[in-house]
Write a protein that binds this ligand. Structure first.
Ligand SMILES: C[S@@+](CC[C@H](N)C(=O)[O-])C[C@H]1O[C@@H](n2cnc3c(N)ncnc32)[C@H](O)[C@@H]1O
Length: 329
């Protein structure tokens, strides 16, 4: 029987897995932690794995070697996943010499071979980012959501979003004239834009944008807590276990405990482990700043200075600027 937590109680952090506890942050290799978790135990595995992109925390290897190592870990994650459970695997592209390798396409076959069922390929769309010059600028990453079995937990009501046209009515049939929507809102769909806002800087490393997000730490690839919250609310029930095998600065763990779920994570970098602990402590004492779930995206009014065409680009100046460019070619 799983214990539930009294409201407003503080969740203490353990460093080794213990199924009678509520929050475990293991400092070390995820494969070592997974060995200590029982079969069919975790309701939601949600993670953004290392991307093989040569970030501070990873050594760049060939894509084949990378996927081989990931396959071994995923086989073990499958073992610990509960029969009603889900895996949400968030990835972007691996880019080598300008060639794009969409990681979700490679991962799809790994999960399919294990017999998992794809429920959504969620597009996480970003408004801004780096501008590439030899291909279209990338503006999304994906989350592959798989379930272990055909029966699985999916709670739509806690994650509904406001309808665009709440007053819409059926225009024919037996319900003609009656309201067609749900007063609690609509399904958020598989394109997640409302979660992006200022976040893109984290992926594209634009310093001024990066420093704008209230949750940002020094981690180069941190999840917004809000993104994990949606998965936690939809794919688990209270007191279920949520596991992030590549926990970074603990965003998934925070999203889980915020909604009275149990959380386990592993992270091998001690700086990130320390930061995750600090963030969890701040969450527990109510001082952690989080972007509220479902907060609307900032839409420029057009009056902001950055939203206006600069005087240097006015039509009279444009011809001169082009001429100058030609001179330097
Ligand atoms: C893409 S980041 C995840 C960030 C995380 N979602 C967050 O919100 O902070 C991947 C993390 O996995 C960690 N990592 C890489 N290989 C690992 C392994 N074998 N075991 C545990 N952690 C690992 C890296 O140090 C890095 O912090």
């Amino acid at each position: 029987m799983q214990k539930s937590l009294p409201l407003n109680a503080t969740t203490r952090i353990l460093s080794q897995f213990d199924q009678d506890e509520r929050l475990i942050l293991y400092h070390g290799d995820t494969n070592e932690l997974i060995k200590t978790i029982p079969d069919n135990f975790i309701k939601l595995i949600i993670t953004s794995p290392p991307y093989n992109l040569g970030k501070a925390y990873e050594d760049r290897v060939s894509i084949e070697k990378y996927l081989e190592v990931q396959t071994e870990t995923i086989e073990q994650l499958y073992r610990v996943l509960s029969p009603q459970g889900s895996i949400c695997w968030q990835v972007g592209n691996f880019v080598e010499k300008g060639e794009v390798f969409p990681l979700d396409i490679y991962y799809y076959s790994i999960f399919k071979k294990l017999g998992l069922f794809l429920r959504n390929r969620i597009i996480w769309h970003f408004g801004h980012g780096l501008h590439t010059s030899k291909r279209f600028s990338g503006r999304y990453e994906t989350i592959l959501w798989f379930t272990k079995e055909k029966e699985y937990t999916f709670n739509l009501d806690p994650i509904r979003v406001p309808s665009k046209y709440p007053g819409k009515r059926h225009f024919k049939g037996p319900n003609k004239g009656k309201l067609s929507g749900n007063p609690q809102g609509k399904n958020p769909s598989d394109v997640w834009q409302e979660l992006v806002t200022e976040w893109e800087g984290c992926f594209w490393e634009i310093p001024n944008v990066k420093s704008n997000h209230i949750e940002k730490t020094i981690h180069p690839c941190q999840f917004p807590v809000e993104l994990v919250e949606r998965c936690v609310l939809a794919l688990t029930d209270e007191n279920d276990w949520v596991f992030d095998p590549y926990a970074g600065v603990g965003s998934a763990l925070i999203a889980a405990i915020k909604h009275n779920r149990r959380a386990v994570g592993s992270e091998r970098d001690s700086t990130y482990v320390d930061l995750a602990r600090e963030r969890i402590d701040s969450f527990n004492d109510g001082t952690l700043r989080l972007r509220p779930l479902g907060k609307p995206i900032h839409k420029p009014s057009g009056r902001e200075k950055v939203a206006q065409v600069p005087t240097e680009w006015s039509s009279s100046n444009q011809a001169r600027l082009l001429e100058e460019k030609q001179e330097y070619k």
